[in-house]
Design a protein around this ligand. Structure first.
Ligand SMILES: C[S@@+](CC[C@H](N)C(=O)[O-])C[C@H]1O[C@@H](n2cnc3c(N)ncnc32)[C@H](O)[C@@H]1O
Ligand code: SF4
Ligand code: SF4
Length: 363
């Protein structure tokens, strides 16, 4: 119990110190910090066909690390970073039969995991096991307030019922088991669902879930070549006036106590982004001093768009790769990137966010 509490404080302290060192790394060009945003993709396989995502469209079938290999990678990182957070994504991570085992491994080694899923594979038994593994958060993707919108955007009939059902089951289990795991809904804002965001929020409030996380649609996740005008003629890109009106309403709702997770600055930045996503970003991108992404086959990357990979953690320890020549080359390319993207690179580790993190960790 005491070790657990101490570990959470170590995590908060690690992050606070590293955030400052990361800023220093950016201004001096030297690697002074360790990564604070670790993400792993245990599988690129997926059972969905979402319109906004090109992962399922890819012909590439990258291999996957075994359970033992993932455990070693996670533990190596624990020894290097101390207490750390890891975001588990995909593909659809629940397609891995060992996903609960990996979450339990994180729990037992005091690695703070969060996971994002489409929810299709969550039944009563799996919900109980996922919650018993005590991840920090489980995020369920929900791209609409109605079955018609969500199922159409996600390409699978019945997807809405399963995603909302999964959130309900997980929330029930969270209460029954008395654990602090956050159950969040994650919605990608697109033309087809922008007018339903308030319906999604109504439901999140009613179900008393932990919160709604919004993500503006961005250029396809797997695209290697950045096309600055990718949003033009894109059928998923929302109308600016509509999206602004909805976001303004949501900010009002947040002020009134609705369960929106992100702060008002984020809403202001989303409006800027929707005005013109081809505008040049202001300030340096932080991924090269902050993020560490590991793909299903063990490749390590900062940002897929800039340089796909700079090594493999199965062959070389992540610590060596982080400060090696290829990472330096990737950082040079990141420095030259002026793209305004609001996913991997979006970083506003302001005082408020740090305090919110402390609050989340002390739950
Ligand atoms: C790639 S999915 C992987 C996890 C899981 N399969 C799921 O859908 O939750 C992670 C998140 O990325 C979001 N996403 C996919 N394509 C996107 C895009 N082009 N722009 C913004 N978010 C996107 C999805 O909606 C989902 O919430
Ligand atoms: S967003 Fe998630 S569920 Fe949808 S296709 Fe991509 S990886 Fe699969
Ligand atoms: S701004 Fe950063 S995260 Fe975004 S594409 Fe450029 S290097 Fe990658």
């Amino acid at each position: 119990m005491i070790t657990g509490a101490l570990d959470k404080w170590q995590l908060a302290l690690n992050n606070a110190v590293n955030y400052e060192l990361q800023q220093l790394s950016l201004s001096t060009g030297r690697v002074l910090a360790k990564p604070t945003h670790v993400g792993i993709i245990p599988t690129m396989r997926c059972n969905f066909r979402c319109q906004q995502c090109d992962i399922w469209r890819s012909d590439e079938r990258p291999s996957e690390l075994t359970t033992a290999q993932w455990k070693k990678v996670l533990l190596d990182l624990r020894q290097w970073l101390g207490a750390y957070r890891v975001a588990i994504s995909g593909g659809e991570p629940l397609l891995r039969p060992d996903i609960v085992e990996l979450l339990e491994f994180c729990r037992d080694n005091r690695i703070y995991a969060s996971i994002v899923t489409n929810g299709w594979l969550v039944n009563h038994e799996r919900a109980a096991k996922l919650i018993a593994a005590r991840p920090l958060n489980i995020n369920l993707s929900l791209d609409g307030g109605t079955p018609e919108t969500h199922d159409t955007l996600r390409g699978i009939p019945g997807a809405f019922e399963r995603a909302t059902g999964a959130a309900h089951l997980l929330n029930e289990q969270r209460k029954a088991q008395g654990v602090t795991t956050g159950i969040f809904i994650k919605t990608t804002i697109m033309r087809q669902n922008v007018r339903e965001l308030e319906t999604v929020l109504d439901w999140v409030d009613r179900e008393q879930l932990s919160g709604l996380i919004l993500q503006p649609i961005q250029e396809n996740l797997g695209g290697e070549q950045y096309n600055r005008k990718w949003f033009e003629d894109n059928p998923l890109w929302p109308d600016y006036a509509t999206v602004c009106a909805v976001l303004d309403n949501l900010v009002e709702r947040k002020r009134g106590g609705s369960r929106l997770t992100q702060d008002e600055v984020y809403f202001r930045d989303m409006k800027e982004y929707f005005k013109d996503p081809s505008a040049q970003r202001l300030g340096p991108c932080q991924v090269g001093v902050r993020n560490l992404g590991i793909t299903s086959d063990g490749k390590i990357e900062f940002c897929y768009h800039v340089m796909p990979s700079f090594g493999n953690v199965v062959e070389t320890h992540a610590r060596e790769l982080w400060s090696g020549d290829r990472a330096r080359e990737a950082r040079r390319r990141i420095k030259a990137c002026d793209k305004m993207c609001m996913a991997t690179c979006y970083a506003k580790a302001g005082l408020k966010q740090k305090l919110e993190m402390l609050k989340a960790l002390s739950r």
